[in-house]
Ligand binder design. Sequence first.
Ligand SMILES: [Ca+2]
Length: 299
Amino acid sequence: MHRLRLAALVALICVCLGTCEQLDKPEPAAAYLAIQNPTVELDSVSGFSSNTGIRNLWIYYAGLLQSVVRTSKDSLVTVPILNTGRSDFAIDGGIFETGQSAFNIPYPFWQPLNLVTNVVAQDTLLISPKFRYIAPTFFDFIVKEDFEGGSMDLVPFASGLAGDSTFMRLRNNASVFQGNGMGYVHFGPGDVFFEAISANSFSLVRGRTCYLEITYQNSIPFQVGLLHQGSSGLGTYEIINVSPSSEWNTIYINLITYVRQIINLGGDNTEFWIWLKADGADAEGYIQMDDIRLLQMKN
Ligand SMILES: [Ca+2]
């Protein structure tokens, strides 16, 4: 009886050892990509770059997506890579589409970065990706307002109540985002409304990738949308409410759906304007903005 129990126990240990050996098989030795402060070059002449809009990175190995990682402005993000030897990586810079953190997408107007390197197991490759816009031959700059000089591309407007806040170009201020000037809206005591549109109307093509970029810092929330005039008359389409941000932030608003809906109603000859407005609700505060771009792919 005791012998039988002992034999059963030995058999059980053998099964366990066999299983444990399988579980303890060593993992392939990984290498790591350590990604520090990804930026986007906004001005190829001055080399001015910003990290206010990149939210995620799309990492491809040999053409296949390997991982998507959230980035952080200040901290290092480490990604394990299992492929060692001579390796061919590509990295796309991504955004929160229309400011929504649930919608991570590679930004279609930035070029992917290509990285061919010899990866050694357990090594860490430190990279600081700097993305650039795709060549201008692929898209149209519909509006570009950097508040640097010439006439303003953004002018006061009143679709309803007249704006009573102060809207101006502020120059040589220490908190300017890019260059020497920025757009500045001040809500003093008793000021309530701000409203502005792009100075000139423009046309857009239904179905083409189209984004509006705004870099902003604000204590008063504001709304972004489109003013449009087509066969159905003049109308406004409010797209998003932008919450206060204590530091410069960039939002990338995907316009393709709104442009399609508006052109479906108003026809292919519909004219558009960028439309910004804010209700200060008697609170004192400010909205700063810079580097406003409306981009549309050529096809
Ligand atoms: Ca500027």
